[in-house]
Design a binder for this molecule. Sequence first.
Ligand SMILES: [Cu+2]
Length: 136
Amino acid sequence: MQNKSLYFTVSLVAIMGLMAISMQGNFDTVFAQGDKVAVSIVNGSSTMSENGYDPDPVQVTIGQTVVWTNDDVAFHTVTSGLPGDPDAGAQFDSGLEGPTALTGQGKTYEHTFDTAGEFDYHCALHPALVGKIIVT
Ligand SMILES: [Cu+2]
């Protein structure tokens, strides 16, 4: 009888331990989602000079990742700097080719901001399309 209740107690502690571990896992997931900030390249942005990247500007904290999704039918880029800057694309660039190129609807590109500052960016294919990320 005593053995049986000891077995029950040990089992209960083990189950509670597993529950605590799985809840910890859930918290980690929530934090991971909180570290990503979504920006849409909106439908029709090829002919837009503001709010083509939406929202804009975007404020994030150091270490957060911005994920751009191309919700337009046209090909766009997320290229650091302003159009014509000699160092455009030096900080980050989804590019005109390769796996990160935002060639069409549903394509995503992400960049993690590790330093504070204001980061202008634009579309290399539509120079009127500009945005800004503010990192604090
Ligand atoms: Cu574009």
